[in-house]
Design a protein around this ligand. Structure first.
Ligand SMILES: *Cc1c(COP(=O)(O)O)cnc(C)c1O
Length: 397
C-alpha cells in the first residue's frame, strides 16, 4: 500500500482535529470497534474458555508478532507480543546480560526514555552482581563502546528530539567489542523501516500503541535473534513461556524458540484491537511510508521556521538522522502546546521545553501540515500561549 489517501480513510479522527501525536498514542482505526465487538460477543461471549483454541487466542502473540516482524525486519518466528514495553525491556536486558557473564557495564544514553533506565537500574540492583549502568550523551555512545561492555541498550529514535541512532554501525561496533545489543524500537516501529536481521541486532523491544495504532494498553513486543533464542534464559519465567504449560510441571523449562519470552495470559481484547490495526499495516510499503514521512517533516520544519523565529529546531535537520517526529524548543513550550491543543492541533510537550509533533503518513497529509503550521504561527506570533489557563499542568502531558 502506497496510497495514503486510502489509509487516511481507514482511521477515525475527531472532527476538525489535526492529530500530530500518533507517535504517542495512535488513533482509532475505523474497523477496530467491530473487531473488538466480535472478540467480546462472538468469541468471549459464545466460545467462553474454548476461545483459547477455537478463536485462536493462544496463538495470537506469535501470529501477530510475525506481522510486526515484517515491519522491523525480523525473521519469521522471532517476535512475540505481551506485557508492556517496560517489562519487555527488563526481559531483553536480563537475557542479554546473561550472555556476557564476565562483563559488568551496560551502556545507554541520556536521551533514552526514563522507564528503560529505571528498569535497568532495578534489574541491576536485584541481580546484585556489581553491574554498572553507564549513561552518556547520545553523540558519545560510539566512543564508549569498548572491551568492558556487556550490553549496549539504546532506544533507536530519541523520544524527545527524534534523533536516530545508526543501528547497523553501533551494533557492528558493539559486536566487535564482544558486547550484545538491546534496541528499543518504541519510536521506530511503524515510523520507518527497520532491518533487525540486516543489522545483526541481538534483542529488540517496542510497543504497539504508538505508531502501530493498537490502542491504549496494547501489548508490547520482543525480538530475539535466531542465534540466541535457544540459549537465552528468560528472567520472567512465567507458565506460558514454559516448554509445556499444560503439563503443570513444578520445574521450569524454557519454551521452544520465541515462546520462551511469553510470561502469562495475553490481553485478548487488546489483541483484537491490534489485529484490526495490523490489517492496515500488513499492506503498507515501508519505504513509501518513510518517503512520505520525510516529505511531511521537511514541509513542517520549513513552514514553522519561516513563520516562527522564536522556535528553535530541537530535531536533527538532516531527515536521514531523525525518525518521524519533529520537536521545537521554546521556553514557554508547555503553555504554547496547550494553546495549540485548544485550537485542535494535538501534539505533546516533553519537559523541560520541547514541543513535539509526530508525523504519521497513514492519516496525516500535506494539507494537515499546512494547517498545523498556520495554527502554530497564530499561537506564536500573537502570543496566544500567554494566558493563565494554558499554564496549568495536567497529570499527563
Ligand atoms: C513509550 C515508551 C515506553 C513506555 O513503556 P510502557 O511500559 O509501555 O509504558 C518505554 N520506553 C520507551 C523508549 C518508550 O518510548
Amino acid at each position: 500500500m502506497t496510497d495514503f489517501a486510502a489509509t487516511k480513510e481507514m482511521f477515525y479522527l475527531p472532527k476538525g482535529m489535526i492529530y500530530l501525536d500518533g507517535n504517542s498514542l495512535g488513533p482509532l482505526p475505523k474497523a477496530t470497534a467491530a473487531r473488538v465487538e466480535q472478540a467480546v460477543t462472538a468469541e468471549w461471549g459464545e466460545k467462553v474458555i474454548t476461545g483459547w483454541n477455537r478463536a485462536g487466542w493462544m496463538a495470537q502473540p506469535t501470529e501477530y508478532g510475525d506481522r510486526i516482524g515484517r515491519l522491523i525486519g525480523a525473521e519469521a518466528g522471532h517476535v512475540v507480543l505481551g506485557d508492556t514495553l517496560s517489562i519487555k525491556v527488563y526481559q531483553a536486558l536480563a537475557a542479554a546480560i546473561d550472555l556476557v557473564p564476565d562483563r559488568k557495564v551496560i551502556l545507554t544514553d541520556s536521551g533514552n526514555f526514563p522507564s528503560d533506565i529505571y528498569m535497568a537500574e532495578g534489574l541491576i540492583k536485584s541481580l546484585g552482581r556489581g553491574l554498572e549502568l553507564r549513561v552518556v550523551a547520545p553523540e558519545d555512545v560510539a566512543d564508549h563502546i569498548n572491551d568492558d561492555l556487556a550490553v549496549l541498550m539504546l532506544t533507536q529514535v530519541d523520544y524527545r528530539t527524534g534523533r536516530l541512532h545508526d543501528m547497523a554501525a553501533l551494533t557492528a561496533k558493539a559486536h566487535a567489542a564482544g558486547a550484545v545489543t538491546v534496541w528499543d524500537l518504541a519510536h521506530t516501529a511503524g515510523a520507518m523501516a527497520v532491518d533487525l536481521q540486516g543489522c545483526n541486532a541481538d534483542f529488540a523491544v517496542g510497543c504497539t500503541y504508538k505508531y502501530l495504532n493498537g490502542g491504549p494498553g496494547a501489548p508490547a513486543f520482543i525480538y530475539v535473534a535466531p542465534r540466541h533464542i535457544d540459549t537465552c534464559q528468560p528472567a520472567l519465567s512465567g507458565w506460558l513461556g514454559h516448554q509445556a504449560p499444560f503439563a503443570f510441571d513444578l520445574d521450569y523449562r524454557p519454551g521452544t524458540g520465541i515462546e520462551r519470552m511469553r510470561v502469562g495470559t495475553p490481553s485478548v481484547l487488546q489483541m483484537a484491537a491490534l489485529d484490526s490495526a495490523l490489517n492496515i499495516w500488513d499492506a503498507v510499503d515501508m519505504q513509501a511510508l518513510r518517503d512520505a514521512s520525510i516529505m511531511l517533516t521537511e514541509r513542517f520544519i520549513a513552514g514553522v521556521e519561516a513563520a516562527c523565529p522564536m522556535l528553535t529546531l530541537a530535531s536533527p535537520r538532516d531527515p536521514q538522522a531523525r525518525g518521524s517526529q519533529v520537536s521545537f524548543a521554546f521556553e514557554h513550550g508547555y503553555a504554547a502546546m496547550q494553546a495549540c491543543i485548544a485550537r485542535n492541533l494535538i501534539g505533546d510537550f516533553r519537559a523541560p521545553n520541547i514541543m513535539r509533533f509526530g508525523f504519521t503518513p497513514l492519516f496525516i497529509d500535506a494539507g494537515d501540515v499546512d494547517h498545523a503550521v498556520q495554527i502554530i504561527a497564530d499561537v506564536m506570533t500573537n502570543k496566544l500561549w500567554d494566558d493563565p489557563v494554558y499554564k496549568q499542568v495536567s497529570r499527563v502531558t
